[in-house]
Design a protein around this ligand. Sequence first.
Ligand SMILES: [Fe+2]
Length: 143
Amino acid sequence: MKYEWKPSMSVNENKIDSQHKRLLAQIAKLEKNIASRNVNMGVLRDTNHFLYTYFKEHFTYEEKYMGKIGFPKLEQHKKVHQSFIQFYDGFQRELMEKARARSLTSFDVKEMVVKIKKYLAEWLVDHLMKMDQEYARFAKRIK
Ligand SMILES: [Fe+2]
């Protein structure tokens, strides 16, 4: 799969579209690194840092937008965002524990990079193509 933003993914809101583009670019970068076996602690740290700032900013903005347009499934959508945050927290905890115990081998690093990329790719791409389209369709109806 190509991690490229397509016009069919648009939610007709510029800031959210550009946030989704950044996420897809990050996944594409990860995939490239994995394919070229260029996976190291720097890649893992970079990904982790990206996600930490990205999701706080993106989910908050998206939830505010859904509230603003009166999207009726806001609470349901928030729960899905929450489940991602839970996954990410677990991922971060695992990383921190391993780093603290100094038991983070290059094999672990690779495994964790693959794990986060797989999760992002399967879960989030599906999320932004299906669930995010629901509020986009709703916004179109009320315009
Ligand atoms: Fe969303």
